[in-house]
Design a protein around this ligand. Structure first.
Ligand SMILES: [Zn+2]
Length: 469
């Protein structure tokens, strides 16, 4: 290994250690230091590793957690960037710090969460065996413009790594279209069945055919624009999934029991026609909500493409638990707090749906910031379906908090909430005192930076671990 690479590795490790001594998380800076010494360091430290990359709007972190569990259970412990450093610098930091001082990887396997915009920089360097694309929804308008732009970014990334197996959501017409113009082998996961009653969801980021512009029809819906879509004009339609949910048997706060169709072991991925040899089994996923079932199927499908047993991977989902603000549960005082990160209309509407089905009575904390990492444009709250919870008498009190608490208050007013039940508590520490004093369970729906703040305030009160640990 060349001197400049050794310097890069040393700079990375020392910067991270220094930051930890200062009690800083330090997720990107060590990577920047490494890149300064050797711009090609990521390519070098990832050589010989077997990597799964996860990108897409919602569900990246949870899917990575599920993949990590499945790999660990299969006797393949892996590295992951679980602290959410998912840009080039953060990925570089994780993989560089994973090496010995002479540059040899300490683990052979890695599960890497990657930002949609950074995919085109990261994947040509680390050459993942599998790229998972979870879904595509309107998100952080300030950063991405429209969803079609994000889709182009992902397409460019995939094209730069033609050897990777592409794992796609069969029910998403947007990301599904990637298969039409990349040479990569493709595997797919999804739902073979509808969920809930919704015939035509109000919220759709993809109403019109991506190929010909005619409106889509649906055999069934799952949520948002996901489901059994087809275009009556040009024939573009939901392809067969290799791994799919075929029946939801039971869903509550602790998790979901369902039937799934999985590919046989030894299946060759990538024919694009769905696997010929499949079987059904019953599985338990240790997390509630339909969108987590999508994450679960993404993980199982990716594991199968990675060469693991789909069945074993599916069984490992029982032990999966929430990660960093995604359905994470805390005990605060005498009550429970469940934190559900929301950052866009589709994800938020799913969280509200979950809340509507939660055991009552309960209280709700809605936190909204508009800092750089959140996107300054918070108009997305007007597209999320707060109407689902506002008329529910079981929600005894709703607290709004964060920099844009008034906007949230206004949104709830328009959603029909009884203003007497809404309270504004600006400071997060004060909000935590309110949680502590509650006698019923509390659900918090924060967006990204308000989640960090809330989590920190809860941590100070309860001693939960710091996020990079
Ligand atoms: Zn069409």
């Amino acid at each position: 290994m060349k001197l400049r690479s050794i310097c890069a590795i040393a700079a990375c490790k020392l910067t991270r250690q220094a930051l930890r001594l200062l009690h800083r998380g330090g997720t990107a800076l060590p990577g920047k230091a490494a890149l300064l010494f050797d711009p090609k360091i990521l390519e070098k430290v990832s050589a010989g590793m077997e990597i799964i990359v996860v990108t897409g709007t919602n569900g990246k972190t949870t899917t990575c957690g599920m993949l990590e569990g499945a790999l660990r259970d299969a006797g393949r412990p892996c590295l992951s960037n679980k602290s959410g450093a998912n840009l080039l610098s953060g990925v570089t930091a994780e993989l560089t710090c994973n090496t010995t001082w002479s540059g040899k990887p300490k683990t052979r396997y890695a599960v890497i969460e990657c930002d949609e915009g950074a995919l085109k920089q990261v994947v040509p360097l680390i050459r993942p065996k599998v790229i998972v694309v979870t879904n595509l929804f309107r998100d952080q308008l300030d950063r991405y413009g429209e969803v079609m732009h994000t889709l182009e970014e992902i397409r460019t990334g995939v094209l730069r790594s033609p050897g990777s197996i592409l794992c796609l959501n069969a029910d998403d017409s947007l990301t599904g279209s990637l298969a039409l113009d990349v040479p990569n082998p493709v595997v797919r996961y999804g739902f073979d069945i509808p969920t809930g009653e919704q015939k035509d969801p109000a919220l759709s980021d993809a109403r019109y055919c991506i190929r010909c512009g005619a409106p889509y029809s649906y055999h069934y819906h799952t949520y948002a624009h996901l489901g059994g879509f087809y275009c009556p004009k040009c024939g573009y339609s939901r392809p067969q999934a290799d791994a799919a949910v075929t029946k939801i048997l039971k869903m509550n706060q602790d998790g979901t029991c369902c039937r799934v169709r999985l590919p046989e072991d030894g299946w060759t991925p990538g024919t694009g026609q769905g696997c010929a040899d499949s079987y059904e089994m019953e599985i338990t996923v240790g997390l509630p909500a339909v969108y987590n079932l999508y994450n679960a199927m993404a993980a199982v499908c990716a594991c199968a493409a990675f060469g693991l047993s789909a069945k074993e991977s599916a069984l490992s989902l029982k032990a999966v638990h929430s990660s960093f603000g995604r359905m994470e549960t805390f005990t605060v005082g005498k009550t429970s707090l469940q934190m559900i990160l929301v950052k866009n209309p589709a994800g938020c509407t799913q969280a509200l749906e979950y809340l509507a089905s939660a055991e009552k009575p309960c209280r709700v904390l809605l936190c909204l910031n508009d800092r750089t990492a959140d996107g300054h444009d918070i108009s997305w709250i007007w597209d999320a379906d707060y109407e689902k919870i506002c008329k529910d008498p079981g929600l005894t009190e709703i607290v709004v908090s964060g920099d844009r608490a008034e906007d949230m208050q206004l949104r709830l007013k328009y959603a029909g909430a009884d203003t007497g039940r809404i309270r504004l508590i600006r400071e997060m520490k004060e909000a935590v005192s309110w949680i502590e004093a509650s006698r019923t369970p509390v659900y918090a729906l924060p967006n990204y930076t308000s989640m960090l703040e809330l989590r920190e305030a809860v941590r100070e009160r309860t001693g939960a671990s710091e996020f990079w640990q």
